[in-house]
Structures are given as structure tokens and as C-alpha cells.
Design a protein around this ligand. Structure first.
Ligand SMILES: [Zn+2]
Length: 143
């Protein structure tokens, strides 16, 4: 880290602390917490699903390497792969949206996709994730 010249030791410590706090805040914005995810899920449900999908929790999980997201409709819980961290918010929102719709419709039938398509960037986000999977593993994946 480059320090401005001419700082006293105390100023220097304060400056470093401030920079670290700023970095942590930036990191925080880039990687929404589980609570942030739940807020976003509720917003998406209200905006696109008339609030019908009522998630009880949304959290990041480490052990999901072959799917972007999963859910347990009986409990209203949604899990997102940590691999989505750092991806654009509209892509993460798409995966949340996909899982929200699964809370209402378990299978990938026409009724399912009709609801998913209410999210305006659904098509684009699917393309993004497909491209990402193909580049990473050579196989497309879906949840
Ligand atoms: Zn699915």
C-alpha cells in the first residue's frame, strides 16, 4: 500500500485503518450478505411474482459445484453457489428469481418458464451463465 509522505505514525495508522475499512465496505457491496440476498429475493418476488413466492432464507453455500442455485420449497429456503459471488447483480438476481419460481413450480415446464421470463434479463442471464459454465468446465449447467 502506498502511503502519503509526511504522515506521523498515528496519522499513518489512522490512514491505514480508514483505507482498510473502505476496502472492506467495497468488498461488502460486491458480495452481498445472506441478509442482503433475502431482501433482494423478497423484492424480486414482490415485483415479478406478485409476492407469491415467500422465501424464508437465502444463503451462500460452498458445496454446490454443479448447480448455481437450489431450493427446498417446503421450507422456503434458497441456496446459491458461492461461484456466483462477484458476478453482475442482474445475473445473481436471475438465479434468485429461478429459485423463487421453483418455490411455486417444482419442474421446468412451460408454467415455470413463463414465470421466470417475467424477469426482463432472464434470457441474457441464462446466456451469461451458460457461457461461463462452458468456459469453466465444458458443460452447460442448469439448476
Ligand atoms: Zn431450475
Amino acid at each position: 500500500m502506498l502511503l502519503p509522505a509526511g504522515l506521523s505514525t498515528t496519522d499513518e495508522e489512522q490512514w491505514v485503518r480508514r483505507m482498510l475499512e473502505r476496502l472492506a465496505a467495497k468488498e461488502q457491496r460486491k458480495r452481498p450478505s445472506d441478509d442482503d440476498l433475502l431482501d433482494r429475493a423478497r423484492e424480486l418476488s414482490a415485483r415479478y411474482l406478485d409476492g407469491r413466492a415467500a422465501p424464508s432464507s437465502v444463503r451462500w453455500v460452498e458445496n454446490q459445484l454443479h448447480r448455481w442455485g437450489s431450493c427446498t420449497p417446503d421450507h422456503g429456503t434458497i441456496r446459491l453457489s458461492v461461484r456466483l459471488r462477484g458476478m453482475p447483480a442482474w445475473v445473481v438476481d436471475y438465479v434468485i428469481m429461478h429459485e423463487l419460481v421453483h418455490l411455486l413450480v417444482p419442474s421446468h415446464g412451460p408454467r415455470f418458464w413463463a414465470l421466470v421470463e417475467r424477469y426482463p434479463k432472464a434470457e441474457r442471464a441464462r446466456g451469461f451463465l451458460e457461457g461461463f459454465s462452458m468456459a469453466a468446465s465444458g458443460t452447460p449447467e442448469e439448476c
